[in-house]
Write a protein that binds this ligand. Sequence first.
Ligand code: NAG
Ligand code: NAG
Ligand code: NAG
Ligand code: NAG
Length: 354
Amino acid sequence: MGKLMALILLGAGLALVGERFLTLRERMNAYREVESVESQNCHLIEGIENGSEDIDILPSGLAFISNGLKYPGMPDLAPDEPGRIFLMDLNEQNPRVQELNISDGFDKASFNPHGMSTFIDKDQTVYLYVVNHPHMDSTVEIFKFEEQQRSLVYLKTIKHELLKSVNDIVVLGPEQFYATRDHYFTNFFLVLLELFMDLRWTQVLFYSPKEVKVVARGFSSANGITISLDKKYIYVADVSDKNIHVMKIHDNWDLTQLKVIQLDTLVDNLTVDPDTGDILAGCHPNAIKLLMYNTEDPPGSEALRIRNALSEKPMISTMYANNGSVLQGSSVASVYRGKLLIGTVFHKALYCEL
Ligand SMILES: *[C@@H]1O[C@H](CO)[C@@H](O)[C@H](O)[C@H]1NC(C)=O
Ligand SMILES: *[C@@H]1O[C@H](CO)[C@@H](O)[C@H](O)[C@H]1NC(C)=O
Ligand SMILES: *[C@@H]1O[C@H](CO)[C@@H](O)[C@H](O)[C@H]1NC(C)=O
Ligand SMILES: *[C@@H]1O[C@H](CO)[C@@H](O)[C@H](O)[C@H]1NC(C)=O
C-alpha cells in the first residue's frame, strides 16, 4: 500500500514538473520564429560587439550606450572585459561611438553596467545613473557627465537592502528613482526555480534618501521601467509575462495599475519617443534561444512601437525584426528625431534612419 502511494505521488510529481516545463517553454516562446521587418536604412554600429544592453538619449541627441553586461544565464562574448559606457552624437551625419572615460575613485575592473537613466538638474548639469552588478551584487552608481571632456566623473554609490537584483531604474529627481527587481532570489539555481514555479515575487521599488519602499509587486520578472512624457505614468515591462503594465504615479510615489498591454514577445527595456510619447520596446521574440545560446540558431531581435498606450486600443507596430542573422537578443530601442538605435544584451547595436 505504502509503495503504491509512493508511486502515485511520484507520478503526480513528475506530471507536475512536466506540465511546468511545458508552460515554461510556452511562456519563453520556444516555438516562435521571427518574420523579418528590416529596412535598407539600418546598419550595425562600428565598435560595439559585446553588448549594448541599455541606451539612453539626452534631449540634445547624445546617446549613452552601456556595454559588457555579465548576467547569470545570459550569453557573454567577452567574459574577461569589464563593462564600458559609450557615447554617440545623433546630430552627426554619420554618428560614431566613443568610449567615455570614467574618473578615478571608481572600480572600473568590476564595472558591470545594466540599466541606466539620465537626470538633468536646474543648472543643466547631466547626471548618469547606472545599475551596476560588481561581483554580482546590485548598486546604483551616480556619475556627472562632462560633455567637453567626454568623461564621467564618479560621484557616489547607492546601496540598500531593498535594492537587490536590480535591473533598471528611472530617475525622478536628485537621488530619487524607481527601480525594478527582476528576480527575488540572488542564487542562480533558486532564480531558475523561481521562474519555473512562477512565484511572482518581483517588485518595483521607490528610492529616495529619506524613504525606500516597495510600490508595486506581483510581477513575474519586472524588467525595463520608464516614465511617460507628462510624468504621470510609469511603464513597467514584465519580461516573462510578455506584457507592459501602465501604472499611475501618486503624490506619495505609490503606484497603482491602470492596465496591462499583452504582447507575444518577451519585453526587455522600454523607452518613450520624446516627440510622440509612444512606448518603444526592445524585445526577445524567443527567449529559449537566448537562454540556450547556439550560434547556428541564434536568438532574434524585435523592436515594437506602442501608440496610445492609455487608450482602449493601443496600436502596436513592429519597427524592426530580425531572426538573429544581423542582430541578436535586442534589449532596447530608442529614437531621436527620425533615428533609431537598437541595443542588445550581449551582441551588437543597430543604427537606423526612419
Ligand atoms: C568583444 O570581445 C572579444 C572577446 O573578448 C574581443 O576580442 C573584442 O575585441 C571585443 N570587441 C569590442 C568591440 O570591444
Ligand atoms: C582618459 O583618462 C586618462 C587618465 O585618467 C587619460 O590619460 C586619457 O587621455 C583620457 N582619455 C580621453 C579620451 O580623454
Ligand atoms: C531601459 O530604458 C530606460 C529609458 O531609456 C532606462 O532608464 C533604463 O535604465 C533601461 N534599462 C535597461 C535594463 O536596459
Ligand atoms: C535568417 O534569415 C535569413 C534571411 O533573412 C536566412 O538567410 C537565414 O537562413 C535565417 N536564419 C535562420 C537561423 O533561420
